[in-house]
Design a protein around this ligand. Sequence first.
Ligand SMILES: [Zn+2]
Length: 187
Amino acid sequence: MFRRPMRPLRRAAMRGVMRPNQIVLQAVARANNLLAQGKPNDAAQIFERLAQEGDARGLAKPAANAHAQAALAYAQAKNENTALTHARTALTQFAQLGMAQRAPTFYNNIVQKLRENGMTNAADALTREFGDQIKTLGAQGVGAAPRGRLPSKCPHCAGPARSDEVEWIDAQSAECVYCGGVIQTEG
Ligand SMILES: [Zn+2]
């Protein structure tokens, strides 16, 4: 009897990370389109709903990622308090999950986005509350090794595979935040 090698999705299922359903991926696509159309507030509300659903269903990484996306979109919409709330939740969850790459990447992105949009108070609050913790966590990461280019979609679940929204494992592979599958870089 031969055994097939375990596929990432199966491993993800065993770890309790569920395969995202088509509705979630459609919502992510719709939110990203709204962002591209200059409607960050509408996009933020979709990410916020995905985050709440992820929290309710115990999908830790997808929920944390959706909170992060909601924070960035609300920052772009200049909704300072709501952006700050989601940023705090995302950073707390990333740190709890030990996401040593994703946490500092998001931290840098959100602080920069808040400052760009004149929301100095929120940026200062995040720096004060999370700066040291993120620095310590980031030091455990792989470091600044040059990374390969990811395909646009996760080969396992077809979720978007943006290099700043995945958890890098090494320079050639990253973990999909939606399904937990391993995405190899191209070329
Ligand atoms: Zn995936």
